[in-house]
Design a binder for this molecule. Structure first.
Ligand code: FMN
Length: 334
C-alpha cells in the first residue's frame, strides 16, 4: 500500500488523498468539482457562486449523482456565515436539504451550520486565522479547522502557517487541521503535515487550471505574477483580501477611506454598508473573470510565484501526489 500521512482525515472526509480543492468565489465550477472528485480529493465551492433561483439546488443534485462508488473523492460547500451575506440562511437550508457531506464556514459564527450539518452526520471545518476565533468554533463543536495563513488567496490571515498550525495543534489536540495558504506541491503538503496539519486546502493553483471558470487573461496573470505582485485590499469586501497588483488594483486602492470606515463601524449602518461594499466588490470581480472584459481585479495568493503552467485539475493533483510520494521516500532514506 502507498504511504500517506493524514489517514484519519481521509477516512473522516471519505476521500482518497488529503487535499481540499478550496472554495473560490467566481472560480470554482462544476467541471473543476467533478475533476477533483474523480482525482480522489475533497472538491468544494462557495454557495455564492450559485445565486440565481434553483442553481444551488441543481449543482448539489448533480454532484450527489456524480458521487458513485467509482468516485474516490467527495464534495462540500463554503458558506459565508455573516449577517452581510443575505443568502446565508436560504443557502444553508438548501445545502442541508441536499445533505451536503462537508462544510467550510468563513467570516463569522458557524453555529447554525454546525447544528444543521450535525443533524445528519455531515462535517464542518471552520476557517480560522488565530486561536481566539478557533476557540469560538471549538466551543460550538466544529469538526476541525482550516488554518488560513499568510499569503493565502482571498481573505488571508496575518500569521504564518509555521506558527498557526502548531499553535492550533497544541491548543486543540483533538481537532484535525487543514492548512491553507501558499501550497501548490507535494513538498508543501508534507511540510504542513510535519507541522501538525493533516491535509491542505489549495486555491490559487487551481485558478490556472483548464477547467477554472475564469477568462484566459486571469489564468495567464496567475502564471506571470510573482509573490511581490500580490497585495491586500479592503476595498473589495471590507475584510483584507489578496489581489494581483494590476493598474486597476492600484487605481481602486488598498484601504477604505474615512467615510467607508465610519459607515462600517457605526452600529446603525454597519450591516447595510458592509452588504453594499460586498455587492460592489462582487460586481467588480465578476467583470474581471468574464471573457473579453477590460476589468483586471484578480484575486490570488502568494503561491502565484510557484505556478508556471495551466494544467487540467487532474494533472495538478497527479503532480502533487507524485511529488508527495517522492518526498516521503527521500525523507525515509535520509
Ligand atoms: C480567487 C479566490 C477566491 C476565493 N473565494 C473564497 C470564498 O468565496 N470563500 C472562502 O471561504 N474562501 C475563498 N478563498 C480562499 C480559499 O478558499 C483558500 O482559503 C485559499 O485559496 C488558500 O490559499 P492559496 O490560494 O494560497 O492556495 C478564495 C481564494 C481565491 C484565490
Amino acid at each position: 500500500m502507498k504511504m500517506i500521512l493524514g489517514k484519519n482525515i481521509t477516512d473522516l472526509l471519505k476521500i482518497d488523498f488529503p487535499i481540499i480543492m478550496a472554495p473560490m468565489f467566481l472560480v470554482s465550477n462544476e467541471a473543476m468539482l467533478k475533476a477533483g472528485m474523480q482525482a480522489g480529493v475533497m472538491a468544494t465551492f462557495p454557495t455564492l457562486n450559485y445565486r440565481k433561483e434553483g442553481e444551488l439546488d441543481n449543482i448539489l443534485k448533480a454532484l450527489a449523482a456524480y458521487k458513485t462508488s467509482a468516485i474516490t473523492g467527495n464534495y462540500g460547500v463554503n458558506l459565508i456565515v455573516q449577517k452581510a451575506n443575505p443568502l446565508y440562511i436560504k443557502h444553508l437550508k438548501i445545502c442541508a436539504d441536499n445533505k451536503v457531506p462537508f462544510y467550510i464556514t468563513s467570516l463569522g459564527s458557524p453555529k447554525e451550520v454546525i447544528e444543521a450539518a450535525h443533524s445528519y452526520g455531515a462535517k464542518v471545518f471552520c476557517d480560522v486565522t488565530n486561536i481566539e476565533h478557533a476557540k469560538k468554533c471549538y466551543d460550538l463543536n466544529c469538526d476541525g479547522f482550516i488554518a488560513v495563513g499568510q499569503g493565502a488567496g482571498g481573505h488571508a490571515g496575518p500569521n504564518p502557517l509555521q506558527v498557526l498550525v502548531p499553535a492550533l495543534k497544541a491548543t486543540f489536540p483533538d481537532k484535525p487541521i487543514i492548512a491553507a495558504g501558499g501550497i501548490t506541491s507535494g513538498a508543501g503538503l508534507l511540510s504542513v503535515q510535519i507541522l501538525g496539519a493533516e491535509a491542505v486546502s489549495i486555491g490559487t493553483r487551481f485558478i490556472a487550471s483548464k477547467e477554472a471558470g475564469v477568462n484566459q487573461q486571469y489564468k495567464d496573470a496567475i502564471v506571470n505574477a510573482h509573490m511581490d505582485d500580490i497585495v491586500m485590499t479592503t476595498k473589495l469586501s471590507g475584510t483584507p483580501c489578496t489581489i494581483i497588483d494590476t493598474p486597476a488594483a492600484k487605481k481602486m486602492g488598498y484601504t477604505q477611506n474615512w467615510f467607508e470606515r465610519a459607515m462600517s463601524n457605526n452600529p446603525q449602518t454597519k450591516k447595510w454598508f458592509k452588504m453594499f461594499v460586498q455587492l460592489r466588490g462582487m460586481k467588480k470581480l465578476e467583470q474581471s473573470v468574464l471573457p473579453n472584459n477590460y476589468q483586471t481585479l484578480w484575486c490570488a495568493g502568494k503561491s502565484v510565484e510557484l505556478i508556471d503552467s495551466i494544467l487540467s485539475c487532474q494533472e495538478i493533483i497527479a503532480d502533487i501526489k507524485r511529488e508527495y510520494a517522492q518526498k516521503l521516500e527521500e525523507i525515509k532514506s535520509l
